[in-house]
Design a binder for this molecule. Structure first.
Ligand code: PMP
Length: 457
């Protein structure tokens, strides 16, 4: 026991902890966090870092939000746990609040996180069609580059090859289409990319047979897949029209884009007349303080679960989905976002930050800078003409150099077809202007060192 306590956390980490998304490193020195305040955290060696990705795009209000901590503690003191086959006050209050934020008419099913919320959405879509006289409507269409979760159904909808190859994700009934991605248009034209990408959805529904398609799932802005978004709201408008025309439910995965991340309460609000049949939420819903997911469903769909006595109810539950403390934390998170007008703050600061990030295109290897609100992607290329991705090795060196200077940034994990060559930046919505200045300054320092090294070859 004595010997064990003397071992450093780095040593113990090597022996016991299995890290997600990271290869085993025999002599690795993993970053082990100990405490946090605002947008910064401190590791076990006492070094401070600015968290430029809000953990995994979830720690939207930063560390140390006393009111949230109190809300969790108070809820645990009054009711530690209760399942949602029955009800409890914080879940009911939260479901009411979410419906209000969505403009009314939505009912919430609570889950553990984003994957679970998406699995729930797929099952609701399939069951809804089955009990509405369309039993063959089972297929789910999703978009390449999207991430929808780690469980097999959510992973089947995820269209990033490298995350799936080793798991035989041959789940029937999942079909992928390209997203609008002007920088690397699948349709050959920057100007018409949005329109062609939307038309491709219609073609796919027809090719598959509209009577077999249950739902189309999309993130309003692809986040982990490389911050990919349409150029205008024509894409959103067309997608909504197409889904309505073919009775295909539109599921919006707002796990990352919800709760102010994009400068609107929800990402779908960037599209005029764009609205979800089902919306899935997690991450920013609790600002990362506790796990929670939500699948919010329009009443028009819930109708089919109300009919036929006991046969049409939803046979689905998870032990911790809608945990009372998580719901209390979500309610407090939303209260803070509204009270402190954080959505407006993000929208106000967006242009200033984007302008500074756009200036990074002066570096020889920065092909594209894009984003919205507090969610940015910087696509790195070897050659701006051919758009050949910068080597994985150089990108890893850039991420490591940022970390050395106390800045944590992310990178997309996919490698097909453009490589994991997009740096992802998504700071907490509460980051101060000084924090954001540090972010841009550090990127400039690291990029200029990379440019110097590249020109010395
Ligand atoms: N959807 C999106 C868009 C996500 O980014 C993620 C997680 N990164 C998920 C779903 C899955 O969420 P979770 O990790 O909470 O299961």
């Amino acid at each position: 026991m004595e010997a064990e306590t003397k071992r450093s956390y780095s040593e113990k980490d090597q022996d016991y902890l299995w890290h997600g998304m990271k290869p085993y490193q025999a002599n690795g020195t993993p970053l082990i966090a100990e405490s946090g305040k605002g947008s910064w955290f401190t590791d076990t060696a006492g070094k401070r870092y600015f968290d430029g990705v809000s953990g995994l795009w979830c720690l939207n209000l930063g560390h140390g939000q006393e009111e949230i901590i109190e809300a969790a503690a108070n809820q645990m003191k009054s009711l530690a746990y209760f399942p949602l086959s029955f009800g409890h006050k914080p879940a009911i209050d939260l479901a009411e609040k979410l419906s209000e934020l969505l403009g009314g008419g939505y009912r919430s099913f609570f889950a553990n996180g984003g994957s679970d919320a998406n699995e729930t959405a797929f099952k609701i879509a399939r069951q809804h069609h089955k009990q509405s006289g369309n039993p063959e409507k089972t297929k789910i269409i999703s978009r390449y580059r999207a991430y929808h979760g780690n469980s097999l159904g959510a992973l089947a909808a995820t269209a990033q090859a490298n995350r799936k190859i080793k798991y035989d994700v041959n789940v029937p009934g999942f079909v992928h289409i390209p997203p609008p991605y002007a920088y690397r248009s699948s349709f050959g034209s920057y100007e018409e990319d949005d329109l062609r990408a939307a038309e491709y959805l219609e073609q796919t529904i027809l090719w598959e047979g509209a009577e077999t398609v249950a739902a189309f799932i999309m993130e309003p802005i692809i986040s982990g897949g490389g911050v990919i978004h349409p150029q205008s709201d024509i894409y959103y408008k067309k997608v909504r029209e197409i889904c309505t025309r073919y009775n295909v439910l539109l599921i919006l995965d707002e796990v990352v884009s919800g709760f102010g991340r994009t400068g609107k309460v929800f990402g779908y609000m960037h599209g005029d007349g764009f609205f979800p049949d089902i919306i899935t939420l997690a991450k920013g819903l609790t600002a990362g303080y506790l796990p929670l997911g939500a699948t919010c469903v329009h009443e028009s769909i819930y109708q089919s679960f109300k009919t036929n006595g006991t046969t049409n109810h939803f046979r689905h539950i998870s032990t911790y989905g809608g945990h009372p403390a998580s719901c209390a934390v979500a309610l407090k998170t939303i209260e803070i976002i509204e009270r402190d007008q954080l959505v407006n703050r993000v929208a106000r600061l967006e242009q200033t930050i984007l302008r500074k990030l756009h200036a990074l295109t002066s570096y020889s290897f920065v092909g594209d800078v894009r984003g919205i609100g507090f969610l940015y992607g910087i696509e790195l290329v070897k050659d701006k003409q051919t758009k050949e991705p910068l080597s994985d090795e150089t990108i890893k060196t850039i991420v490591a150099a940022c970390q050395k200077k106390g800045l944590i940034i992310g990178k997309n994990g996919d490698t097909v077809p453009s490589g994991g060559n997009v740096l992802i930046i998504a700071p907490p919505l509460t980051s101060t202007e000084d924090d954001l200045t540090f972010l841009v300054k550090t990127l400039n320092e690291v990029f200029s060192e990379t440019d110097k090294e590249a020109s010395s070859y």
